[in-house]
Design a protein around this ligand. Structure first.
Ligand SMILES: NC(=O)c1ccc[n+]([C@@H]2O[C@H](COP(=O)([O-])OP(=O)(O)OC[C@H]3O[C@@H](n4cnc5c(N)ncnc54)[C@H](OP(=O)(O)O)[C@@H]3O)[C@@H](O)[C@H]2O)c1
Length: 424
């Protein structure tokens, strides 16, 4: 029977889940893998906090070196979060030859090279399945199962908070501020929600996903980010009437060696696999040269789903020799060519004069910039300020659309909203 001694960094939401999964699964894991898992130390900040767990005397510590430097500890499970000091502690543990398992997308996306370098130096395994998509095994799929595929698209709903808010706005036709407040009261959104609603959390995850999918390092800083805080329920409803559903998408595309990496709200057609992913669920859609379309779906966060992914990483690490953790990530930080002129469809809402020739003016100006129209709808006026006109374009260059909108006479039609429409 193999004995594995574990140190944990953090015992909050995810850490408590890891503790519970280890307790719950210990007998099965012992029988199936001939392994006895023993947690020796857990780093926390507050020794007095009641954590609602039965813990052995002396297991908690506030001294990080009792985890990172203890020679008995071979595996470190990091679930403390934040960039620092988590990165420093993981780096130290890796350099000391310990296998590290983390759920920390921020530390990983911002310090990819440093942590990979430490793993190489310490000849240590480094696992991060739980950093993207909670319980969804997307990292394993990208690293292991897609070797014979050239992936051209990775597109995901990877932030449960924003997906919950957009789903509620769609289903109940309620404004953003009201739904956000409710999500905060329910504990589904942080008191400071910016990391989620401004797209930073999704961008950390996209940095990891696109680096693995495209075998080129895609730094967080190279990702275009736009959040959901300015979304108006009128647009969600108008899009819904035309058969589209609004989602916050993390999108990575690669065409002719050029990448397009961005996080922003986008409409998807109601029959697209991502359209049905609602509430706190996550999904990642892939398109590969051999596999075609594929989507992975599941619980994107939560104590036990995330902990399950971490303990699975731990078990996988036992079957690998220390340094051969499957990993398709590049060793170097070769910068990809990233475009700022991507192509997609566009949803445009105008407030227009209620007179003949207005639709002609809009379509002419768009046409002059090579933007062709898929559908155009004039809706009933809600007040005297103008008539809502909704345009859905075919796939067009972002810069052409922006240029065309600048030429539309605001005395005839004012641009109210511009949202992107994603197909594949
Ligand atoms: N929550 C989720 O559903 C979820 C899903 C996927 C990934 N993740 C990732 O998992 C990680 C942990 O998230 P969480 O929700 O479990 O966070 P959390 O509830 O805030 O727990 C953080 C834990 O780390 C400890 N800690 C934080 N800073 C510390 C420091 N400087 N020194 C010592 N201990 C420190 C805290 O100690 P005290 O308890 O003493 O304060 C706490 O036990 C994050 O990277 C997060 O992005 C979370």
């Amino acid at each position: 029977m193999r004995k594995v001694t574990i140190g944990m960094l953090g015992l909050g939401n995810v850490g408590s889940g890891v503790w519970k999964v280890l307790q719950d699964m210990s007998q099965e894991l012992m029988e199936q893998h001939q392994v006895q898992l023993n947690v020796k130390k857990i780093l926390i900040r507050n020794l007095r906090m009641d954590r609602g767990l039965v813990l052995p005397e002396g297991i908690l510590t506030t001294a990080p070196e009792e985890v990172t430097d203890d020679p008995d500890i071979t595996h470190v499970i990091e679930c403390m979060g934040g960039e620092q000091p988590a990165t420093d502690y993981m780096e130290k543990a890796l350099k000391n030859g310990k296998t590290v398992i983390t759920a920390n997308k921020m530390a990983l996306a911002l310090n990819w090279r440093r942590l990979k370098g430490a793993a190489r130096e310490g000849k240590a395994g480094f696992y991060y399945e739980a950093s993207v998509g909670g319980a969804i095994p997307i990292i394993r799929v990208l690293n292991d199962s897609m070797q014979a595929n050239r992936i051209d698209t990775v597109m995901g709903i990877v932030n449960g908070t924003t997906n919950y808010i957009l789903s509620k706005m769609t289903d109940e036709k309620r404004p953003y501020e009201e739904v956000l407040k409710e999500a905060q009261e329910l504990g589904l959104a942080e008191p400071d929600p910016r990391a989620d609603v401004e797209g930073h959390d999704a961008a950390y995850k996209l940095s990891i996903l696109s680096t693995l999918a495209f075998h080129k390092s895609v730094p967080y800083e190279s990702i275009y980010k736009e959040g959901i805080s300015k979304i108006q329920v009128e647009d969600i409803t108008a899009g819904r009437d035309l058969g589209f559903v609004l989602k916050l998408l993390a999108i990575g595309k690669k065409e002719n060696g050029v990448m397009d990496v961005r996080v922003h709200p986008a409409f998807v057609q109601e029959n697209h696999p991502l359209a049905t992913v609602s509430g706190a669920f996550n999904a990642v859609y892939l398109h590969g040269s051999a596999c075609g379309d594929m989507m992975l779906y599941g619980r994107g966060a939560g104590s036990l789903p995330t902990a399950g992914a971490m303990v699975s990483d731990l078990i996988s690490s036992l079957d690998s020799s220390s340094f051969d953790a499957p990993d398709s990530a590049p060793e170097t930080l070769e910068q990809p060519a990233v475009t700022d002129n991507w192509r997609c469809g566009f949803y445009l809402r105008f407030s227009a004069l209620n007179q003949p020739g207005v639709l002609g003016h809009i379509t002419t100006k768009l046409g002059e910039h090579k933007v062709s129209i898929s559908s155009i709808v004039q809706r009933e006026a809600v007040d005297e300020t103008g008539v809502p006109v909704i345009v859905i374009t075919h796939s067009a260059n972002e810069k052409d659309v922006q240029a065309a909108l600048l030429t539309i006479d605001p005395k005839i039609a004012q641009v109210i909203s511009v949202l992107r429409v994603e197909g594949r």
